[in-house]
Design a protein around this ligand. Structure first.
Ligand code: C5P
Length: 308
């Protein structure tokens, strides 16, 4: 095998409950991840070693509508770190080119960098034939970042701990989403720091049984009533302009509007596909949104789409 392409989904959080800061600086979460049909593609190709790099060369391009501004092109990129980590763990590791083809917004609160790292793990694992199994990959992913394990699994799942301990949730419905993208990203660490400032005595996070019932009912209305994000006030404090974006989507008929993860992407739940198209069109026409895209969820996690 000399080339593997893996498709990896973005996520939106249906619930993000955030506890107080822990001693290690992280926060305990109840994080309900939901994979949506905005995909990056990660292609790993066997390469010749060269003087400037020993294991990983990284290239980045944008799919139509995808923006690559701000994506690190060097060994600091989480996808490159994932490949190095897998090589160190398994003793495998012939030189590879990792090509990231971006569609997921960068620094947008949709875990695009984490998705790329998950894709790199799956593709390198296959190309190198390391023989380690899915559970080992999940453990490596969890070490790399709080959101890296989820795109390996996809669907809908509850993340506890710092978000990396995953329990899949059955979600029989198909939901239609609109995402309002912003060209200026927000740093996840900055948003958590603002959360600590605004809410110094946060309670321990707990799950929402109404959200679980809504998911079981497969009713978009019911789901819309239960979406919640504890990081939203912090994201809005750093980016007050997002209030108007959320409001524009509500006025356009969205069932619910929330900041996605640490933002600045805003997520809107629509009644159906046609409703999502209407909300996206209204957002594009408003002054309060730079770009709007539609997607549905949930969708599967990292999937090998080509191998040769
Ligand atoms: O784990 P990851 O590298 O994605 O986290 C990025 C940053 O987000 C961390 O450095 C930390 O500041 C913050 N974070 C947190 N609690 C979590 C997850 C992330 O404080 N559970």
């Amino acid at each position: 095998m000399t080339a593997v392409t893996v498709r990896v989904p973005a996520k939106v959080n249906l619930q993000l409950a955030v506890g107080p800061a822990r001693e290690d600086g992280y926060h305990d979460l109840v994080n309900v991840f939901h994979a949506v049909s905005l995909f990056d593609e990660v292609t790993v190709t066997a390469a010749r070693p060269c003087a400037e790099w020993s294991l990983v060369r990284l290239t980045v391009d944008g799919q139509p509508g995808g923006d690559t501004t701000g994506v690190p092109r060097d060994a600091t990129n989480l996808a490159a770190r994932a490949a190095h980590r897998l090589a160190a763990e398994t003793g495998a590791g012939t030189p590879v080119n990792i090509q990231l083809s971006k569609r997921i917004p960068v620094a947008g609160g949709m875990a695009g960098g984490s998705a790329d790292a998950a894709g790199a793990l799956v593709a390198c694992n296959m190309l190198w034939g390391t023989g380690i199994d899915h559970d080992d990959l999940l453990a490596l992913a969890a070490e790399l970042g709080s959101d890296v394990a989820f795109p390996l699994v996809g669907g809908t799942a509850v993340g506890t701990g710092r978000g990396e301990i995953l329990t899949p949730v059955s979600s029989p419905g198909r939901y239609h989403w609109v995402f309002a993208l912003s060209s200026v990203g927000l740093s996840t660490a900055d948003v958590f720091a603002e959360y600590d400032r605004l809410r110094p005595h946060a309670p321990e996070p707990s799950g929402d049984t109404a959200l679980m019932s809504a998911l079981a009912s497969a009713e978009a209305h019911a789901l819309g009533e239960t979406l919640s994000n504890d990081l939203e006030p912090a994201a809005l404090s750093l980016r007050p302009d997002l209030r108007a974006t959320l409001e524009a989507g509500r006025e356009a008929g969205a069932l619910a509007a929330v900041v996605s993860g640490s933002g600045p992407t805003c997520a809107f739940l629509a009644r159906d596909g046609a409703g999502a198209a209407r909300v996206a069109a209204a957002l594009r026409e408003s002054r309060h949104c730079e770009r709007a895209v539609t997607a549905h969820g949930d969708v599967p996690g990292a999937t090998v789409v080509r191998g040769s």
